[in-house]
Each structure stands twice: as C-alpha cells, then as structure tokens.
Design a protein around this ligand. Sequence first.
Ligand code: FPP
Length: 238
Amino acid sequence: MSAPQSAVPRHIAIIMDGNGRWAQNRGLSRIKGHEQGAEAVRESVEGCGDLKVEFLTLYAFSAENWQRPKNEVFALMTLLEQFLKEKTPELLEKNVRLQAIGRLTDLPESCQQQLHRSIEATSGNDGLTLILALSYGARLEIIDGIKSLIREIDAGHIDSAMLDPEMFSKHLYTRYYPDPDLLIRTSGEMRLSNFLLWQLSYTEMYVTPKLWPDFTKQDLFAAVDDYGQRQRRYGLVL
Ligand code: FPP
C-alpha cells in the first residue's frame, strides 16, 4: 500500500501496547519485547515523515508504569537513555525535532540529561515533532495544570471569570501542540489508560490487533487511510 492521499492528520498519538505479549509469544523476556518496541518506533517516525504529519506523540512510559517490577522499570529507563543516545543522529538526519511531556524530573538523572541533550540537539529541526510521553499521566497533568492556573490567579495575572477550555489548555504539558487528530492503539485493547484525557476529546480512534513491535509503516498508512474516511463532526449536525 502506498501513502494515502486523503486527509492527513496534523497530529497522531500512539499508545504503543503489546511488547510483553510479543515477547511472550516467542518465549523471550518482556525486556526483549521492549527492545523490539523501541526499534519499531522508526517505522512510525518514517511513516509520519513520508505523510508530512506535523506531530507524533508516543506513550513511552506512564506514571503508572513505575509500579512494574523493579528490573523492568530499570530496563525501560536504560533502554530509553540508549534509544535517545543512539537515535539522535538519525533524528537529525530525518529533520525530526524531539520534545517530551510528563513529570520528567521523575526520570533518573542520567536519563534526564540525555533527554535534554537530544531535545537541544534537534531543536533547530523543522520537520516532524516527535513528542515522547514519559512518566506521563493525564490526571496528574490536569492537576498540575490546575495548580499552575491557581498560581496565576493568585498573582493577579488571570481573572478566574475569564477561564475557558482554551485558557486551561495553555496550562497543560501539551500547550505548544495542537490536540491529536488521530489516536492509534496497538494490541487490540480498547482503553485510554490515562493518556491525554483532555486533549483526546474530539480525536478519532483507531485500534489494531497488531502488537507494537510488529506495527509497520504500512500499518500506520492503513490507520491514516481509515482516518481519511471519517467525518469529524465535533458534536455538530453536518
Ligand atoms: C506496553 O507494552 C509498552 C510500554 C509499557 C512501554 C513502551 C515502550 C517502548 C515501545 C520501548 C521504549 C520506547 C522508547 C521511545 C525508547 P506492555 O509491556 O504493556 O505489553 P503487554 O501489554 O503485552 O504486557
């Protein structure tokens, strides 16, 4: 299948699920599944680049994921740091600008440093913006947003009577980006899992049974093709 010609989403968000099952199906450790999952990221980054999608947000580590077994958390943090270190030259070559959302200060110090180095190194790129959601939880994000708003109100910078959804959006981690147009979830699960709850209000959803390590550029094209057939109504009668 070639790249779809119909409406292309500006912003795609992906819940990358199924690394554990991919590994289990092969009698491998869950960590091998995550390693293969990290390799699969290239497919969607390239696919978005081909389609001229402007923003790609990947749910790489949730606030809840800290409760996984210690060795898995350690492996995921090591993998993230290694991914950032190894893939930054490729991001530069592909004109990808890296960004991150979440409670980034929860990450191990060396991981934070590498993340900031990669963000800084790619900051001049003007192709796809790749946003990694790390130690991210939507309910925490909303609480952080409320705290930030209260500070502004207390300082007299905002009149609480003027508060509306657009103003609140400016206090979320995602304030620099448009809301996702398309949400993809792999591995067949029909859940949002505390991902971008505010921002996904009018997002089109696409769930595929493919496990994340098997999700290819062609699968991304199929999702975008499906999106192109949708009629977005935003609660209106059209
Ligand atoms: C879900 O699979 C996936 C994760 C918890 C983390 C996603 C991480 C990666 C794709 C690799 C690292 C990413 C980057 C950007 C370096 P799961 O373990 O919940 O799978 P399961 O439901 O089959 O157990």
